[in-house]
Design a protein around this ligand. Structure first.
Ligand code: NAP
Length: 301
């Protein structure tokens, strides 16, 4: 199969297309033919060596595709089914024509592979972060990074749960954030005042999905760190704010399935920034690293 293989970690140029053996599914796994792979900030870190992965590595931490082979002990899916999920290994990932997975959701009719691949990590992390805040119907929630993969999912889960949402994003993304049902507020100087104008009765909880130094503003809005959670800011400890990291043990494919069902029902939006062929994985990484992508970045084998 074709894959984007890293033989030594470093800049985007270390992502090199190569022919490698197609893996076979182990117990509890399916072999999935990848139709779209999300390109994520964590993959920039992995590629540059930040995760200490062994080489050679095929990264790519979310995918959408079809079941090609079913391993022993797998139930509930058949060859040809459309699925979206996580590759089981950080080095046998989704930047490839095929990947191995034991954690996935079926993609409902009417949802494209691109939409599904753009939803996996965003929906799962957003739902986990929201659960930690335990927001209740009628409360007001601030979401930073509201135009991003995690933030847009958080806004939409929260709106469906009956919350009022203030979504913080860049100027160009404000119409998109409004289209998700949030009141959109631009980040930058004066952020706290703008949020207070938008939420005169106060803010009940705040979810940071941007990781761009907004924790002091969220703490100020909340009057403390209670019911402030970040999924993205590595300075969380310094501010005594709760950080929640996703890992293979806390991934919940039912959150992905729920989001995909909402897409199928026409009540959930995904935004694709740009799609690159697998052979241009390095360019996809450069595009994501430049920021303000206008939506999810995808690789299509
Ligand atoms: N906890 C976990 O396990 C976990 C899992 C996945 C991702 N993450 C982290 O979550 C973060 C978001 O990931 P993602 O995939 O959602 O990224 P993304 O789709 O690229 O979204 C990034 C968001 O950050 C906003 N942003 C950019 N510059 C900003 C600034 N200077 N101030 C405030 N906001 C700014 C963007 O707004 P505009 O584009 O509108 O400017 C956009 O809303 C990343 O740091 C990622 O590493 C954590």
């Amino acid at each position: 199969m074709k894959a984007s293989v890293i033989t030594s970690f470093g800049g985007p140029e270390v992502l090199q297309e190569a022919d490698v053996p197609t893996p076979g599914p182990g117990r509890g796994q399916v072999l999935a033919r990848v139709h779209a792979a999300g390109v994520n900030p964590a993959e920039l870190t992995a590629r540059s060596g930040g995760f200490g992965l062994p080489a050679p590595a095929i990264i790519g931490f979310e995918f959408a595709g079809t079941v090609e082979q079913v391993g022993e002990g797998v139930t509930g899916v058949r060859v040809g089914d459309r699925i979206a999920g996580w590759p089981d290994s950080f080095v046998q990932g989704a930047y490839a024509e095929f990947t191995l997975s034991g954690n996935y959701a079926l993609i409902p009719d009417g949802v494209t592979f691109e939409q599904a691949a753009a939803t996996v990590i965003g929906a799962d992390n957003a739902a986990r972060g929201l659960a930690l805040l335990a927001p209740e119907r009628g409360e007001t929630l601030v979401v930073t990074g509201a135009s991003g993969a995690l933030g847009s999912a958080a806004v939409q889960f929260a709106r469906l749960a009956g919350l009022t949402v203030i979504g913080i994003a860049g100027r160009d993304s404000l119409p998109y954030v409004e289209s998700l049902g949030a009141t959109a507020v631009e980040y930058g100087d004066g952020l706290v005042d703008r949020v207070r104008d938008a939420a005169p009765d106060g803010v009940d909880a705040a979810l940071d999905t941007a990781g761009k130094g907004l924790l002091p503003a969220l703490i100020e809005l909340r009057g403390g760190t209670r019911r402030v959670v970040t999924l993205a800011d590595l300075d969380a400890g310094r501010y005594r704010v709760q950080f929640s990291g996703g890992n293979p043990g806390n991934r919940r494919n039912q959150f992905v399935r729920t989001a995909l069902e909402h897409i199928a029902a026409g009540e959930w939006r995904t935004r694709i920034g740009r799609t690159f062929p697998l052979s241009q994985a390095a360019d996809a990484h450069r595009f994501l690293a430049a920021g303000h992508t206008g939506g999810k970045v995808l690789l299509v084998p």
